[in-house]
Design a protein around this ligand. Structure first.
Ligand code: GLU
Length: 296
């Protein structure tokens, strides 16, 4: 396969909702080494649209950890919380195209409607939305928009499907993927109070920041289908992807902030050197994955 990257840059996009752990370092180092192979830069993006959970001391510690490991990156940082107007404009565009609708349902309303309808939740978003608010009349929608303090914007996947036809994207490790439009639900892409979901912000930012190769953990493969749909609807560039395996703990469970995986900070405090931290997942593992990345 001939990889014609539209740009040579890669990115690392952490959420400042906790301290970095070994999985993050693997991911960041992977993106950094990949940018070197391509001859571009590593771009850092702070994904802090979740204001409830994002903290500035976590952001500070992310940069301290990256610097300590020896990862070099572009000094201009994009912070999603400062770019809300970009996401708002995309929501307006999708609204103008009649591809989204406001949803006033609560999570439990969605759950009970699914049970009533007699089918088990399945599909990419786990809880496939049954489409209650898609069926509201224009008048009813307008009325509720005026009286509801908050609501979500959902992608009308049926209308989108008519517009986009067949779509695919390419992962350097996992191969070609066709977007399974038929099993994707009407995902939430924004809210009235926060005009973006992870999906919309991440897709738009990868385009704005000119990321030619998106590298991230393989737990996000399914999200990439939604990102590919948004690229098509909004006329954005489609990068190449590399979803890498996740770093697991000794009992085979993926590391996460929620399970209080060992943080890099804690390792540093225990006196480990950057090299010793990298040895915990093995530079060899990283290099053998990186060998799949070719510049044309
Ligand atoms: N902000 C996401 C996280 O920290 C990363 C998403 C991505 O790389 O697209 O899990």
């Amino acid at each position: 396969m001939n990889y014609n990257y539209y740009s040579d840059h890669t990115r690392f996009a952490p959420s400042p909702t906790g301290y970095l752990h070994l999985g993050h370092v693997f991911s960041a180092l992977f993106a950094y080494e990949a940018s070197k192979i391509l001859g571009g830069e590593l771009i850092i993006r702070i994904e802090d649209i979740d204001k409830q959970r994002s903290r500035s001391h976590f952001e500070k510690s992310i940069f301290e950890d990256l610097d300590w490991i020896g990862i070099k990156y572009r000094k201009i940082i994009r912070r999603q919380s400062e770019k809300m107007s970009d996401y708002e404009a995309a929501i307006e565009e999708l609204d103008r195209l009649n591809l989204i609708y406001p949803c006033f349902c609560t999570r439990s309303e969605i759950q009970s409607e699914i049970l009533r309808a007699g089918y088990a939740p399945h599909g990419i978003d786990h809880l496939v939305y049954p489409g209650t608010c898609r069926r509201l009349s224009k008048n009813e929608k307008e009325k509720r928009i005026k009286t509801n303090k908050n609501y979500a914007w959902r992608l009308d996947i049926r209308s989108a499907a008519k517009k986009i036809g067949k779509l695919s994207w390419h992962d350097i490790r996992l191969g070609n993927h066709e977007v399974p439009v038929g099993i994707i639900g009407d995902v939430v892409i924004g809210r009235k109070d926060v005009p973006s979901s992870y999906h919309l912000a991440s897709t738009l930012d990868d385009h704005i920041q000119r990321v030619g190769l998106v590298t991230r953990g393989e737990d996000l493969v399914e999200s990439t289908h939604i990102h590919r749909i948004l690229q098509s609807l909004l006329g954005l560039k489609t990068p190449f992807y590399f979803h890498h395996p996740l770093i697991l703990d000794s009992s085979g469970v993926r590391l996460s902030k929620r399970t209080r995986a060992q943080t890099i900070r804690a390792m540093k405090a225990r006196g480990l050197s950057p090299k010793e931290v990298i040895n915990l997942f093995g530079k060899k593992n990283l290099l053998s994955l990186l060998s799949l990345i070719k510049k044309n």
